[in-house]
Ligand binder design. Structure first.
Ligand SMILES: [Zn+2]
Length: 118
């Protein structure tokens, strides 16, 4: 049986290769590392861009598995791609125009806040 972490890594790799098709420059970067985090409680996910790492709140997977996979994970990966491609230009506004365009490339609405964010 595949572990949750392994499933998340498979989805992450798929999203990352989709993004490389839209943004070939991303081929120079590894897909972000995923950490399932027990301490993260106020938000479902958090991207540490300079460390190429995404923390996902373990507890949200229990009741919101599909939303975590289909919404939160791509949302956080888009933040990493935004940073890799465009640097810190939009740091003060992590949900800038370039981030929104990356979300659209993934076929997702560029919602600044996701429903699992408190
Ligand atoms: Zn965000």
């Amino acid at each position: 049986m595949k572990t949750l972490h392994h499933k998340i890594e498979i989805v992450t790799d798929k999203i990352w290769s989709d993004l490389i098709e839209s943004y070939p420059k991303l081929v120079r970067f590894d897909a972000p590392k995923i950490v399932l985090c027990n301490r993260l409680t106020r938000t479902a996910g958090k991207n540490y861009q300079e460390e190429n790492r995404i923390h996902l709140a373990n507890k949200f997977f229990v009741r919101n598995h599909s939303e975590m996979m289909l919404t939160i994970l791509p949302h956080e990966i888009a933040h990493q791609a935004d940073f890799n491609l465009f640097g810190l230009s939009e740091k003060s506004c992590g949900h800038g125009k370039k981030w929104a365009k990356i979300m659209l490339e993934l076929g997702l609405p560029a919602n600044k806040y996701h429903s699992l964010e408190i």
